[in-house]
Design a protein around this ligand. Sequence first.
Ligand SMILES: C[S@@+](CC[C@H](N)C(=O)[O-])C[C@H]1O[C@@H](n2cnc3c(N)ncnc32)[C@H](O)[C@@H]1O
Length: 272
Amino acid sequence: MAAALELRRALLSDLSKSAAAAAKIQEEEEPKLKLKHGEGESPTVAATNGIARPQYNNVAYWEDRYAKSSPGEVYEWVLGYDNLSLREKIDDFINSSFSQLTALNVLHPGCGDSTLGVALSASKSVRREVRVVNTDASATAIAKMSDRHPEAEWVVMDSLVCPPHDHCLAYDVVLDKCLLDAFTCGGTEFDKRKMVHGYLEHCANALKAGGRMLVISFGQPETRRRYFEKQTFANIQNDPWPWKDTLTMSKVRGIGQDQRSKEAFLYVLEKK
Ligand SMILES: C[S@@+](CC[C@H](N)C(=O)[O-])C[C@H]1O[C@@H](n2cnc3c(N)ncnc32)[C@H](O)[C@@H]1O
């Protein structure tokens, strides 16, 4: 009985932290969104308790947002590759992954209008060729970015389903910046788990055996760690869990594009 109460208390505290984190990311972005795109009137913005909130886990929301943004507009979530501390972490991750390979194939899902993939392929601080495939479910974001950076590879792809055949078992590394975060915003805890599960399956299918995934996130370990653990998906997952028990976590701090101080939390998973 005492153990059950303890478990209930832990679960409630975990859920309220998760809600607080989701509110934080929404609060942080929402004023900017409304100012830029007048999203209070958008049909893709859900109203709860009279407060309009962007639906970050809904592709229609993103299509709307990218369609309304001006042609040269870029919004780099959390921190960009121009932040030295984050760049160092990403470079270490890239340089330490499959060091025997002369070229590394990287999948960058949910790229939006971030230049992370473009900057990484051109970076002098990584020790070998890095071929990045930037993907997003928003056809508008991909069209804009391929106009802006025709030298890079851009593919419209839904990261909640199995990747197309030619992208399966094709990558050494997956680089996520704030896409997993988007799937943990809005809906019930069960909705979030279903989305994250579908997304992690997508990434595991895209990776070669032993491939690695770096998740760069707004979310601190109290709100994110469970999404990288097999038992979280016990009533969703029938297939074998594709990840090793080697989760590593770290964080960096810096000034974001909006000149506000941000913390980015980094999680590294390894495919079995
Ligand atoms: C929070 S933004 C992050 C953008 C970029 N990675 C960054 O860090 O600046 C989330 C991105 O994920 C994309 N997205 C949302 N749902 C998706 C899905 N099911 N499959 C692929 N991309 C998706 C959105 O279009 C959006 O560009």
